[in-house]
Design a protein around this ligand. Structure first.
Ligand SMILES: *Cc1c(COP(=O)(O)O)cnc(C)c1O
Length: 366
């Protein structure tokens, strides 16, 4: 919501450029709903993991002796843990309070007022949000109808002010992916390229191995989706060493809590369990996709992540999201150009898909 008026009260001391910035429209928290409703809700709106985190996270937290001490600002242990997982040296890794915080850090490092980022829309809303907070400009390059990236269009959009290109792979909210040869083409343009791999574990392909060869490749990862730790706020980036070293200098000293570090170690120590849940989600995604594809008034887009984007062919996507919500099923609607006739449905457990199917079937169209 915009401020009342820049000349009123305290508002006149606020940053003027923030007046027109819209808050990021986040998903709905069950805590904000009446309890009976919150308990019955099927929450398919934020790509959270319906199986929760590894049970070992709870055990490890119970045994952790030291929540009274600040975390290690050099991130020694968590960088080692992440190095073992990613097979990159600790010097190439920076952890943060969610990959969102790493996006913010990248803006701090690269964006001066009026500098530009390239956003391959439709995509994840946080790139725009943080760029604007840092007084940057957002240059949008539209994806094709099938949500693939036209790399020639990206090249044309580059100016001397372009500091970062953001590519979510797989992309949120389309679930589509960009081929490695296209990513290499973008890297060849020389501008820092952020490849956001928040859904890597569902997709199985990464470009992290290219960091040795390209000094402009920045890769983002998260524990929110595959590891069920969205509430902990823990993500990380994989960078060429000079970028990682600079980010360590300018980061929030205690961005990653002791609890989050404990949760990461426990999760990485329970890979078999977590991988089995990822597999469950992938097979459920295919079942969900097959169902949606067969609803004649919907068009589902194939996804490599843990959600499925779905076009509502009569255009009434907002109404559909509202009707589903009334019946206890939360999905995501985006009031944005290419997406205004779409909903994004996160993959849940089989019983969640069943409830969604039953609810969609009960909503008559035509
Ligand atoms: C969910 C998501 C993130 C944010 O992850 P956090 O680690 O929870 O901050 C980043 N990028 C994309 C594309 C996402 O969908």
């Amino acid at each position: 919501m915009p401020f009342a008026s820049p000349t009123d009260g305290m508002e006149r001391f606020f940053r003027h450029d923030l007046q027109h910035l819209n808050a990021y429209s986040a998903s709905k928290s069950p805590e904000t709903m009446p309890t009976e409703l919150a308990q019955a809700i099927v929450k398919l709106d934020a790509n959270e993991n319906p199986y929760g985190c590894s049970p070992r996270v709870y055990e490890a937290l119970n045994q952790c002796p030291s929540f009274n001490l600040y975390p290690d600002s050099t991130q020694k242990e968590i960088r080692q843990d992440l190095a073992a997982y990613t097979l990159l040296p600790p010097e190439n890794i920076v952890a943060g309070a969610g990959s969102d915080q790493i996006i913010d850090l990248l803006m701090r490092l690269f964006i001066e007022p009026e500098d530009e980022i390239i956003d391959l829309v439709p995509s994840f809303g946080m790139y725009r949000f943080y760029a604007l907070l840092h007084r940057g400009r957002v240059i949008e390059v539209a994806r094709r109808d099938d949500f693939s990236v036209d790399v020639e269009e990206v090249k044309k959009a580059i100016t001397p002010k372009t500091k970062l290109i953001f590519l979510a792979n797989p992309n949120n909210p389309s679930g589509s992916v960009t081929r490695e040869e296209d990513i290499e083409y973008l890297l060849g343009l020389g501008v820092p390229l952020v490849v956001d791999e928040a859904y890597y574990e569902f997709y199985g392909h990464t470009v992290a191995g290219l960091i040795k060869r390209y000094d402009n490749l920045l890769v983002l990862r998260s524990f929110s989706k595959w590891a069920g730790l969205a509430g902990f706020r823990i993500g990380y980036g994989l960078f060429p060493e000079p970028v990682a070293a600079y980010l360590m200098r300018i980061k929030d000293p205690y961005g990653v809590s002791v609890a989050a570090q404990v949760a990461v170690r426990a999760s990485l120590g329970d890979m078999a369990w977590l991988k089995a849940r990822v597999k469950d989600i992938i097979s459920e995604r295919e079942r969900l996709f097959y169902y949606l594809q067969n609803v004649e008034w919907l068009r589902a887009f194939h996804s490599q992540a843990n959600f499925v984007l779905c076009q509502v062919l009569d255009g009434r996507a907002k109404q559909l999201a509202a009707e589903l919500e009334q019946k206890g099923v939360l999905v995501r609607y985006f009031d944005r150009p290419r997406l205004s006739d779409c909903i994004r449905i996160s993959v849940g457990r089989p019983q969640d898909t069943d409830k969604l199917v039953e609810t969609i079937n009960s909503i008559r169209r035509y």
